[in-house]
Design a protein around this ligand. Structure first.
Ligand code: 13P
Length: 303
């Protein structure tokens, strides 16, 4: 089947099964083109919680599909490739959080959404990159265990100096790979360009940036900016929407290494296959799901 025929067939199956295709902004261009809704982690979880579809086909990494299932247990959630994981989410386990809680009994646990359902289940609050500082600022606890991303955590600590933040040493390999030196080198080539970066980047990168925000916040900033050239410090997939929405502007990736291999695992073939077979259903133990939903729902209330 050629690509056009496959796209048509996917649309037919989707309609028949009352499905909705969700895609993260880091997915391949054709997946973003195919999707009914594309967004960052927060927007996708809000959409998953409110969508009227019976089947969600989640084109992203596993923790995102799990989040959709936790928020919408009555829906069938399909992940086109089960091996699409997140190395950052794998850097901490529920047992590690338990040990931190024992050491800091008064602290609240705020977990980044890039975490397993088990970690969410023993956390007090969840957050994404777009609401992390807001949540940490607004919750009553003074002491906060922030897991698993040390870069996002240190960025939040800078935004909310009145709180004491205890960090875990996790990081996103794709964002953490880029250094301040990479910024200095690209700035020599594009001295007039603005630098827009994701808070999963290292401190020496976000401290050099003109804007730091989630993927959708970067999209919004780029659209509203008068600048003609912008250096983008997040995953390569974000360039698709940036270029589509701003054809007159120039976007340069901060480093050609900013490609998340897990986000690139899903192809049109995979979407077609899961829609035809209804394989790869996301299932979560009910007890874990109920407890994880408390932390996620608190996040949605605070957002
Ligand atoms: P946002 O979607 O919040 O920008 O975060 C990106 C990310 O961590 C994807 O894994």
């Amino acid at each position: 089947m050629n690509q056009v025929a496959m796209m048509k067939e996917i649309q037919r199956l989707k309609k028949q099964k009352k499905g909705l295709i969700l895609s993260h902004l880091y997915q391949e261009d054709e997946i973003q083109e195919l999707a009914d809704f594309t967004g960052d982690s927060l927007e996708l979880s809000q959409k998953a919680a409110t969508a009227e579809a019976e089947v969600l086909i989640f084109c992203g990494v596993r923790f995102m599909a799990e989040t959709a299932k936790i928020l919408s247990p009555q829906k069938t959630v399909l992940i086109p490739v089960e091996e699409a994981g997140c190395p950052l989410a794998d850097m901490i386990e529920a047992q590690d959080v338990m040990v931190m809680k024992e050491k800091h009994p008064k602290a609240a646990v705020v977990c980044y959404v890039n975490s397993s359902a088990e970690v969410k289940a023993i956390s007090d609050y969840c957050c994404t990159s777009s609401n992390a500082a807001k949540i940490v600022r607004n919750i009553p606890e003074e002491e906060i265990i922030f897991v698993p991303d040390k870069n996002l955590g240190s960025f939040v600590a800078k935004q909310v100096p009145e709180k004491r933040i205890i960090l875990w040493e996790g990081f996103c390999p794709t964002h953490n790979r880029v250094t301040g030196e990479d910024v200095d080198n690209i700035k020599k080539i594009y001295p007039q360009a603005l630098l827009l970066v994701h808070p999963e980047c290292r401190k020496d990168v976000y401290e050099r940036a003109d804007f730091v925000g989630s993927t959708s916040a970067i999209l919004k900033y780029a659209k509203e900016s008068n600048a003609w050239t912008m250096i983008i410090g997040t995953e390569k997939g974000s360039l698709y929407r940036l270029k589509k929405e701003n054809p007159e502007k120039e976007f340069v990736l901060l480093s050609s290494s900013m490609i998340c291999p897990d986000m690139k695992k899903i192809s049109l073939d995979d979407v077609y296959r899961v829609l035809s077979t209804m394989e790869n259903k996301v299932e979560i133990d009910d007890n874990i799901r109920k407890r994880a939903s408390l932390a996620l729902n608190k996040m949605l209330q605070y957002s």
